[in-house]
Design a protein around this ligand. Structure first.
Ligand code: ADP
Ligand code: BMX
Ligand code: ZN
Length: 291
């Protein structure tokens, strides 16, 4: 069975063919359209999958947003250009003519990383630091998705009651401070208008404000990880997303976490499957759903 796996993030769309042995073929990427209209996302998804869909027998979607009965519901619509709802499963089934399933992107990535080599615990948490901050929680070997799909949305826990208002409506969420969008939004002066990628480049060259923005994100993430440890007693936290995997980032998170009392320490790892964790996790979940 070949699965057409699709990863829908706030910044990029990815698709690939994944066989039962989890080999990835024909990986493609497109930018996520910054438009409130569902039509723009539908058109981009069609362009993404059309060249590869003929070889697939099913579709597995990992997507940003709360996934409820195959529909994307944004908790932070700003991450998707204001898009609030999108019928994921229905749209992909109609584009491809194949059976489709969908799951939250960070929940999917957590499931892939739980199956990565070297994970020898039944309790682990995955956190993506990307356009937003997402999470996936595996407890006693089971992926927690929640009754309404909200489980693991760690980006919307409180980091600073006096912090910026988050797109979810709450003030001071981790996502509003630590995410790629959060980092970019705090930039001032000559960094104004730059995205997180460009701010990281400045930080690596020693730019003081850029270094401070990155450090503040890393410190916020470390505090989140300590909270996650207190809630779940997980042994391992895996970090992914383009910010999470950026050069020098995770080592800063580790330094801040080391400043917390030892009871809050965890094994901290970069995502083994790097930027493919969402694609692989969705494929794994769809294979499991078949058995
Ligand atoms: P998505 O959110 O669509 O899954 P990513 O994981 O690539 O996508 O996250 C996008 C965010 O990561 C953006 O804010 C972007 O500026 C930032 N980013 C992309 N590449 C890098 C990089 N090399 N270093 C730091 N930040 C990056
Ligand atoms: C937001 C939320 C989560 C998602 C997380 C990471 C939306 C549209 N998304 O907190 O569901 O998992 O961002 O998403 O409300 P990414 O785009 O950064 O990968
Ligand atoms: Zn929020």
């Amino acid at each position: 069975m070949t699965t057409l796996a699709i990863d829908i993030g706030g910044t990029k769309l990815a698709a690939a063919l994944i066989d039962d042995d989890l080999q990835i073929r024909e990986r493609r990427e497109l930018p996520t359209p910054a438009s409130q209209t569902p039509d723009a996302l539908r058109a981009a998804l069609k362009e993404l999958v059309e060249p590869v869909m003929a070889s697939a027998q099913q579709v597995a979607i990992a997507s940003t947003g709360i996934i409820r009965e195959g529909t994307l519901v944004s908790i932070n619509p700003h991450n998707l250009g204001g898009l609030l709802h999108f019928p994921l499963v229905q749209t992909l089934a109609s584009i491809t003519g194949l059976p489709a399933m969908a799951v939250n992107d960070a929940q999917a990535a957590a499931w892939a990383e739980y199956h990565a080599p070297g994970i020898d615990t039944q309790d682990m948490v995955f956190i993506t630091v990307s356009t937003g901050v997402g999470g996936g929680v595996v407890l006693r070997g089971e992926l927690q998705t929640g009754e309404g799909g909200l489980a693991g949305h760690l980006g919307h826990t409180l980091a600073d009651p006096h912090g910026p208002v988050c797109g979810c409506g709450r003030r001071g969420c981790v996502e509003a401070i630590a995410s790629g969008r959060g980092i970019a939004a705090r930039a001032q002066g000559e960094l104004t208008g730059l995205d997180a990628k460009a701010i990281f480049t400045h930080a690596l060259r020693g730019h003081p404000q850029a270094r401070e923005l990155v450090a503040h994100s890393a410190q916020t993430l470390a505090r989140l990880i300590a909270d996650v440890k207190a809630v779940t007693d997980c042994q391992t936290v895996v970090v992914g997303g383009s910010v999470g995997l950026a050069e020098g980032y995770l080592s800063q998170v580790a330094e801040y976490l080391a400043q917390e009392p030892p009871v809050y320490h965890v094994n901290l790892r970069p995502a083994f499957y790097r930027h493919d964790a969402g694609l692989l996790g969705a494929a794994l979940l769809s294979q499991g759903a078949q058995q």
